[in-house]
Write a protein that binds this ligand. Structure first.
Ligand code: PRP
Length: 212
């Protein structure tokens, strides 16, 4: 039988995602062994898992190095990879927000300085509002930017809101809800559709049971 190659996001979310695959009938017990190995397979279930950096999952899937994978909607919106989005796993829930210092008051007559990792999402959001912005692309610790006056606002992910709170910032506007999505390479979906659909249906069942 042909393997279905699955790119999983390395980290806490990825471990929960793997548990869903296991519950759905696609286990690969060796993945739980402590170590630094990144590829695991279970020939019987026909699955091969790779741990990759969460923001790289869609690259592996788009280029066909993985047949399917799990990526955040934030990454799909930001990079618009040419993949199929098969299922909302309803986990890793958070939202994309504009945040600023608590006492920040916007002056619409001035160009807004926006610090973010998600420049495409931010550009689209403000273009729809016809607002002139200056994007300051950062790679992490975005919350520091308004504190050091590097930017007026940030566009970033809010999960619990703790990071904002502890840095004296607050969410000002919600841009979009985010959650983890099952994605598929387009060609793989043509040639391995039966196997991919089996995984999708198995996961959909788990999602339904969890949300009932
Ligand atoms: C995200 C985001 C915030 C934090 C929000 O970072 O950039 O810093 O989570 O979570 P909270 O609302 O629960 O405090 P993430 O941990 O994904 O990694 P990053 O630093 O690489 O962006």
């Amino acid at each position: 039988m042909e393997f279905i190659n699955v790119a999983l996001p390395k980290g806490r979310l990825g471990e929960k995602v793997y548990d869903m695959f296991e519950q759905a009938g696609f286990p690969c017990p060796s993945i739980k062994e402590k170590g630094r190995k990144l590829i695991f397979e279970n020939a019987e279930a026909g699955v091969r898992f790779f741990w990759v950096k969460p923001s790289d999952v869609s690259i592996y899937v788009e280029r066909g190095a993985a047949d399917i994978g799990v990526a955040g909607k934030d990454i799909l919106l930001e990079y618009a990879p040419d993949v199929y989005e098969l299922l909302d796993l309803k986990m890793g829930k958070c939202y994309m927000a504009v945040a600023a210092k608590k006492d920040y008051r916007d002056d619409p007559s001035r160009t807004l300085r926006v610090a973010t990792k998600f420049s495409n999402i931010a550009k689209k959001y403000y273009a729809e509002k016809c607002r002139d912005i200056d994007i300051i692309k950062l790679n992490g610790s975005i919350e520091i930017a308004p504190i050091l006056e590097l930017s007026d606002v940030i566009v970033d992910i809010v999960e619990t809101g703790k990071t904002l709170l502890e840095n004296d910032l607050e969410p000002k506007e919600k841009i979009v809800d985010i959650s983890a999505r099952l994605i598929s390479n387009k060609t793989a979906y043509k040639f391995k559709q039966e196997g991919i659909d089996k995984i999708k249906e198995g996961l959909a069942e788990i999602v339904r049971n969890k949300n009932d």
